[in-house]
Design a protein around this ligand. Structure first.
Ligand SMILES: Cc1cc2nc3c(=O)[nH]c(=O)nc-3n(C[C@H](O)[C@H](O)[C@H](O)COP(=O)(O)O)c2cc1C
Length: 192
């Protein structure tokens, strides 16, 4: 398979089928902080297409601020039950408001309420404060749809390289590196 996006979609499907994982689409996104340190955290992978790899978050979170200053990002995935690792590097861009709205509408009401109630990555005085904030938001929006907060949206990482590793107990892992070459991709095998 010479198209890494199609290959990824097949791997994602295979990993999700009969997956023992609770969080089947958790992937690690790494960004670069203001001091130049890389920092990773798990997010939920929402969609993959020729445009890139999409996840949703608060736009003013730490990761959001990092991407605003430096869009160079990475995504790393390990699906133990199928023995697949995927690593990609690329440039993150905010998705459109319409796309963000689409993903917002796929969220449960309780996820919409918690997202609205909290201000990700800002300091928290005490754990009790979370309950109070959630109750305040739930009471305020009782019986109404929960609108998407302006500070919630998504990012699409447009990859310049994607590496697929098929894990083998023998350590003879198969590593397939795809690098962007103009509008296409160049494939190269790497030693394990
Ligand atoms: C399995 C899992 C899935 C998560 N999914 C998301 C997500 O889709 N979006 C998000 O903003 N945070 C998600 N989080 C929380 C992030 O890992 C992280 O704590 C949060 O985004 C704040 O990161 P930041 O301060 O670096 O911006 C998830 C955490 C876990 C463990």
């Amino acid at each position: 398979m010479d198209n890494p996006i199609s290959k990824f979609q097949l791997w994602w499907q295979a990993a999700a089928a009969d997956s023992p994982l609770q969080q089947k689409s958790a992937v690690c996104v790494s960004t670069i902080d203001e001091c130049g340190f890389p920092t990773g955290r798990f997010v939920d992978l929402k969609a993959v297409s020729d445009k890139g790899f999409v996840f949703c978050s608060y736009l003013e979170s730490a990761k959001g601020k990092h991407i605003e200053c430096n869009p160079k990002s990475a995504m790393t995935i390990w699906w133990d039950h199928v023995g697949y690792q995927v690593r990609l590097v690329g440039t993150a861009e905010i998705i459109s408001a319409d796309e963000a709205e689409h993903f917002w509408q796929t969220r449960s009401r309780s996820a919409q309420l918690t997202t609205t109630a909290f201000d990700q990555s800002t300091p928290l005085d005490s754990e009790d404060r979370l309950e109070a904030q959630l109750k305040e938001t739930s009471d305020k929006l009782a019986g109404q749809p929960v609108p998407r907060p302006e500070n919630w949206g998504g990012y699409c990482i447009d990859p310049i390289s994607i590496e697929f590793l098929t894990f083998r107990e023998s350590r003879m892992h198969l590593r397939e590196l795809f690098e962007r070459n103009g509008t296409g991709w160049e494939k190269q095998l790497l030693q394990p």
